[in-house]
Each structure stands twice: as C-alpha cells, then as structure tokens.
Design a protein around this ligand. Structure first.
Ligand code: HEM
Length: 503
C-alpha cells in the first residue's frame, strides 16, 4: 500500500519539478566529475564547484569586463570561467591561440556543435560526417556564379525596405530591416526565387538564429541524456523542421523527379545550393527532413552573423559622413570599370578594410574557437589541460590588445588598407590576433561568402543613399550579455536617396 501511495504521489508531481530536480542533480554530478582544473586560475568568481554559479551569474551580467580584466592579468597563461555545465578554459595571447590550432586531430575536436547542443536541437549526428561542409565550400567556390542573383535581390529588397526619397530623410528601424535584407539576399542564393520572397519562409529564416539561441539556453540547463527529448518537446525546433520541409517539398519533389528521369544526362541540372543539399543527402540515403535540417542550419549559421556585422557597419558609417564619401568614391570607380560583379568587389579595398575594422571592434561574441580536448596536452605556457576539457580563445580582448593593434580602441577605417601591389589582409583572413571567424582548420567556412555579401550590400547602400544617425553624431551602442554581443536592436538610422547617374 505504501509503495502504491508513493508511486501515486510521484505520478502527480508536476513534470517541471522533475526536470528541475533532475537538472540540478546532473549539474552537481557534472561539476564533481569534472577533470581537475584547480591548477588553472579562475576569473570572475569562486573556484569551487556549485558556488561557482556565483561566478556564472557575474559572467552572465558582466562577461566582457571579466574577460578583459582576466586577459590583462593572465596574458600568455590559461585561466578558466564557469559555464552552466563545465569550466571553460580560456587561452589569452597569440602563442596560446597558435598552440590550439597546431594540435593534431586526435587531440582536439571542434566543440561548437556539442557546446551549444546543436545535435540535440536538430536531432542529427553530423559529428563524424559534417555534411554541411561540402555544401558551404561549394557556395564559396561558386560565389562568382551566384553573385548577380544576390545583387539583384539586394537591389529589390533595399527598394522595399528603405523607401527613402531624394529630398527627405527617412528613418529605418535597422535591426529588423537588415535581418530581412540578409535573409532575402542569402536565400536567393540558397533556395532561389520565388522562395526567397515567400513571406513565411523568409521570416522563419531571418529569425531562426533567435530560435536556436532560445533552444540553446533551454538545453544548457538540461542533462545530456534528456536533451534529445526536451529539444523535441520544449523547443520549437521540430515545428521549424516540419514547416521548412513544407515550404521546400515541391522543389525537392521536382528536382528528384528530374534526377530520376534524366540521371547523369540532366544537362541543365541547376547548380544551386538546394541542389547541392539534395545531392549530399541522397548520396547518404537520408530522407527529405535532413534537407530541411541542413537548410535551417546553414541559414542559422549565416543570417544572424552577417546581419550583425551589416548593422554594425551601418552604425559605423552613419556617424562618419567623410568616410562614407571616401568609400562611395572607391565603390563608384570599381563599379564603373567592372559593373556590379565580384571583380568589382575585389577592387574595393578601402571598403574591405573598413568592414574588417568594424568586425574587429564589434564581433558577435567575446569568445570563439571552442574546442574539446581529447587527449591530455601541455601548452607552451606549461599549463596542463586534461582530456575532456573545453577550451576557447577571447576574441574581443585579443582585438583590444595594444600589442596587437596600436590605438586598439580607436576606429581606424583604413587600418588594414594597402594600396598598389601590396598584400592586404582581407576581411576573411584569420590570424592568431584576428579571431571573429575563429582561426585554423575549423575557422568559419562561410566567411568568404559573407565577405562578398557584406561588401555588395554596403556598396549598394553607399551609392544609393546618404546615411545619418537618427541621434546626430551618436553611434548606437552594443549590448553585451554573457559572451554574446548584440548591436542596438532599437536604433533608427536615417536614409536619403541619392541621385545615381549609373547602375
Ligand atoms: C560575418 C558573418 C559570419 C561570422 C562572424 C561567422 C563566425 C563563425 C565562427 C566564429 C565560427 C566558429 C569558428 C571556430 O570554431 O573556429 C563559425 C562556424 C561556422 N560558420 Fe560562420 N560566420 C559568419 C558567416 C557564415 C556564413 C555566411 C555561413 C554559411 C554560408 C557560415 C557557416 C558556418 C558553419 C557551417 C560553421 C560551423 C563549422 C564547423 O562545424 O566546424 N558562417 N562561423
């Protein structure tokens, strides 16, 4: 009877209590089963398990300052900061960043998918076979081919989103407008026209990164063994995958029917991203839902990051009219010679330097290069890192280091500019002191595509509009939370149509 009563009572416990209790026990277990990292100094809070949550709270509210301070204090030596389920070892200084990227494959693993729980969220296991990689690499190789379509979409979308006239300043709420611009321009290339203008589809893609962040936050407090279940029940991921599939199903069916009919003889087989996605999934005998997952994942990686940097670049330009004039002159000269082509983009070296400087100062995160250590290693500073540790590099602190960049806090649009035949470090060039795209073997594979897209969008806006801050001379400020950075989400920027003699 007693047993029956207990069971009965248990069955009435609210599910939420069960999850919270299990989550707490798991966190305690995780922390006590952590490798011994006591020899590595702690930043931002106490070094003991469980009370380290005080440090986690500090890090959430004040992460940027904690990392900047710890970077200065420990430069050249590893330190650690608390995450929800583990310590994160941070490696400050160029030497240590180089140490990470020199580690062999059997010693280090990219951790971005595991750290953020992407596999659970999307219900996939791409660890041993990251099938999005060949697709993003094809995108990079074919940028020249897809570029005219992208430019066409930028022109049409800007006309709709920035309906400014010649004689008046028109306020634009930049955050949503630039997300929509990037979502449409990218999806013109990813899934083609007319899907890239289908309101529901493109809206879902513009906001998918937010959905991912919400799901990541939810999953971060859930034990590993429950993540798959919670990801399906609590987050919106399953609905997004289904909806994405509904949007793409007709295209997938058409393409598959043509492939079945013509096989290798399909001479005008489309060379676009949705086709590469279909090819990769069919080669592995995966279902159509895997196509939807890949399209969502690539959008999730591409849109929010690129939109972030586009917004930051517009914020940087809207308080510097002289800089806008200088860049406009360069854009107009390049377009006059080569039209709106990738060749013209390559000639816009000042614009490239401006974007690289904006990206240096306003990255999407204060940490990057998340890696899991598979075998124990001793770094060049003598720090022993046991297997099972997650490590990363501090982006913003590295970019604000005076040893790396003289007058590091100053915005210098031509910092990276080199004229004539001199080799210029381009926006996607990663180095041990330029980390926005990560660095080494696992650096962002989409960064070359992002470079061309950002240049095309900025060049178009510079030529077609005068741009001014709604708050005279004031650049909208970034918001820092934990280790993520967001541009001001509320700011309005003023646009005025320019008279353009050529197009
Ligand atoms: C300005 C825009 C972008 C920024 C700042 C950015 C940044 C990053 C960073 C920091 C990483 C992790 C690198 C590391 O761990 O070392 C990454 C990975 C990744 N990015 Fe980007 N990215 C951008 C645009 C794009 C675009 C346009 C695409 C696709 C078209 C893309 C696809 C990916 C993918 C698939 C990964 C995961 C790679 C892996 O699993 O190893 N990114 N990105």
């Amino acid at each position: 009877m007693q047993g029956y009563t207990t069971l009965y009572t248990l069955s009435n416990l609210p599910t939420a209590y069960f999850f919270v209790g299990a989550g707490f026990l798991w966190l305690v277990f995780r922390f006590f089963s952590q490798k011994n990292l006591r020899h590595i100094p702690t930043a931002g809070g106490p070094p003991l398990p469980i009370v380290s949550y005080i440090g986690l709270y500090n890090f959430w509210t004040n992460g940027t300052q904690i990392l900047q301070h710890a970077y200065r204090q420990h430069k050249g030596r590893a330190f650690k900061v608390p995450m929800v389920d583990r310590w994160l070892v941070v490696l400050p200084g160029k030497q240590l960043v180089d140490d990470i990227q020199r580690l062999p494959d059997d010693t280090v693993d990219p951790a971005i998918m595991e750290f953020f729980g992407v596999h659970h969220m999307l219900g996939v296991d791409w660890h041993d076979d990251p099938l999005y990689m060949p697709i993003v690499r094809k995108l990079t190789r074919n940028t020249e081919l897809v570029f005219p379509d992208m430019v066409d979409e930028i022109v049409v979308t800007c006309r709709e989103l920035i309906p400014a006239k010649n004689d008046e300043w028109h306020p634009v709420h930049l955050y949503p407008a630039m997300h929509m611009l990037v979502a449409r321009a990218s999806n013109r290339v990813f899934v083609g026209f007319p899907m890239c203008r289908q309101g529901g589809y493109v809206d879902m893609m513009a906001h998918f990164a937010d959905d991912m962040v919400q799901a990541i936050t939810t999953l971060s407090i859930v034990p590993d063994f429950m993540r798959g279940f919670v990801a399906r029940k609590v987050t919106v991921m399953d609905q997004r995958i289904q909806l994405c599939l509904e949007y793409l199903q007709a295209t997938i069916d058409d393409r598959k029917a043509m492939m079945a009919r013509f096989g290798k003889d399909w001479t005008d087989k489309p060379n676009d991203m949705i086709q590469w996605v279909i090819d990769e999934t069919m080669a592995r005998k995966r279902g159509d839902d895997e196509i939807a997952r890949l399209v969502l994942f690539i959008n999730g990686s591409a849109i929010a990051t690129t939109a972030h940097h586009l917004i930051e670049a517009v914020y940087d330009i809207c308080v510097r009219p002289d800089l806008a004039d200088m860049l406009r002159e360069e854009v107009e000269a390049a377009v006059a010679e080569d039209g709106w082509t990738r060749a013209a983009m390559a000639k816009m070296r000042k614009l490239d330097s401006f974007l690289r400087e904006s990206v240096r100062l306003h990255g999407t995160a204060t940490l990057t290069m998340f890696r899991n250590i598979l075998k124990p290693v001793t770094l060049s500073d003598g720090t022993f890192i046991p297997a099972g540790t997650t490590i990363s590099a501090p982006t913003l602190a590295t970019h604000f280091d005076e040893d790396n960049y003289p007058d590091a806090v100053q915005f210098d649009a031509l910092r990276f500019y080199k004229s004539g035949d001199k080799v210029q470090q381009q926006l996607p060039t990663t180095t041990a002191d330029y980390l926005t795209f990560g660095h080494g073997k696992y650096a962002c594979p989409g960064r070359f595509f992002a470079q061309n897209e950002l240049k095309a969008m900025m060049a178009h806006m510079l030529v077609h509009y005068d741009i001014r801050s709604a708050c005279e001379g004031v650049r909208p400020a970034d918001v820092h939370r934990g280790f993520s950075v967001h541009p001001d989400m509320d700011a309005r920027v003023l646009f005025r149509k320019r008279k353009v003699d050529f197009d």
